[in-house]
Design a protein around this ligand. Structure first.
Ligand code: UFG
Length: 327
């Protein structure tokens, strides 16, 4: 019998890519999603249960029915700007939601969880690259809720024997290399999709938020990691816990920072379309540069990115915006 993993938020962008990869690895993903931002058509690799993580009784029912070996917990609200405007939504979904899930785990004896955390928990780090010992000092409610959830995992682990891996993603991007799944957010606020929309003429131009940062070319620097690589890290984290590995909190990044202008350059090289741009003032709350020290995930999980060079990122994402990648 194939082991099962309960994937909360498995109809979302990173969750659906992970569900596909689990299936390829002989694990049955049971997707639990309320479809508030997820997409039903992205659930194709195992059973789907429509439900909310705040509904502890329903989670208990689903855990009893499917008997998963572990949980991968993606379900969360994930817009920094929205979290500032509506923190209640974030404390509810991300903090209460995680607590509800952990309590369902306690009730059913499920003791392995892989958690979708974020580099947003570090805030504006004093030193780059960011390693896992960097103090976590989030600067917005979104990052604060992710940090609170990480802390809950650690406390439940100490008190109740829960086993966990928290994965702190840097900038997730790209799309399924086989073309089965893309990136969709509504509204779309992320750099690479918006730049591709501008290159494809679907929006008049990309707004670049600030070109006067203290970086190589004045634009913000981020660590872009391909969603297929993120997906594989979750499978590795599951293997780690299944073989009795220790609790971990890991960065998932490439260790390399890329500026906005470098991203736009890659788009024009790969697609043959320039990205029309307008320069705007800095976006509130944007750190100038964020990139990971990615050594610990390599050391503990054997994780190394395979798809996270800008060319592959753009090549896999471009078709979803109606752009052809050059051969
Ligand atoms: N940017 C633009 N124009 C756009 C969109 C983005 O110039 O239209 C810039 C941003 O200002 C930023 C960079 O491109 O400098 C990347 O922006 P994204 O919105 O794509 O990603 P962020 O780095 O803001 O967000 C990511 C994750 C969040 C996480 C955050 C931590 O998506 O989950 O890092 O700061 F919280």
């Amino acid at each position: 019998n194939a082991p099962r993993i309960l994937v909360t938020g498995g109809a979302g962008y990173i969750g659906s890519h992970t569900a596909k990869l689990l299936r390829l690895e002989g694990i049955e993903p049971v997707v639990y999603d309320n479809l508030s931002t997820g997409n039903r058509s992205a659930v194709r690799w195992g059973p789907f249960v429509q439900g909310d993580i705040l509904d502890t009784a329903r989670l208990v029912e689903v855990m009893e029915q499917y008997q998963p070996a572990a949980i991968i917990h993606f379900a969360a609200s994930a817009y920094v700007g929205e979290s500032v405007a509506d923190p209640a939504k974030y404390y509810n979904n991300n903090v209460r939601g995680t607590l509800s899930l952990l309590d369902a785990c306690r009730q059913t004896g499920l003791d392995k969880i892989i958690f979708s955390s974020s580099c947003a928990t570090y805030g504006v780090p004093a030193v780059l690259p960011i390693d896992e010992a960097t103090p976590q000092a989030p600067i917005n409610p979104y990052g604060k809720t992710k940090l609170m959830a990480e802390n809950m995992l650690a406390d439940y682990a100490a008190a109740f024997g829960l086993n966990y891996v928290s994965l702190r993603y840097f900038n997730a991007c790209g799309a399924d290399p086989e073309g089965d799944l893309g990136e969709w957010h509504d509204p779309e606020t992320h750099l690479i999709p918006r730049a591709l929309m501008a290159a494809a003429g679907k929006i008049p131009h990309l707004e670049i938020f600030g070109d006067d940062y203290d970086t190589s070319d004045g634009t913000c620097v981020r660590d872009y990691i391909h969603v297929a690589d993120l997906a594989r890290a979750h499978a590795l984290a599951y293997r780690h816990l299944a073989s009795g590995g220790a609790n971990l909190a890991l960065n998932l990044g490439t260790g390399r920072g890329c500026s906005i202008k470098e991203v736009l350059q890659a788009i024009s090289e790969v697609t043959g379309h320039d990205v029309p741009v307008m320069f705007r003032r800095r976006r509130c709350g944007d750190p100038p540069a964020l990139y990971a020290d990615a050594a610990l995930a390599h050391r503990t999980l054997g994780f190394l990115p395979r798809y996270s060079d800008l060319e592959t990122i753009v090549r896999t994402a471009a078709p979803f915006f109606g752009l052809e990648a050059r051969p």
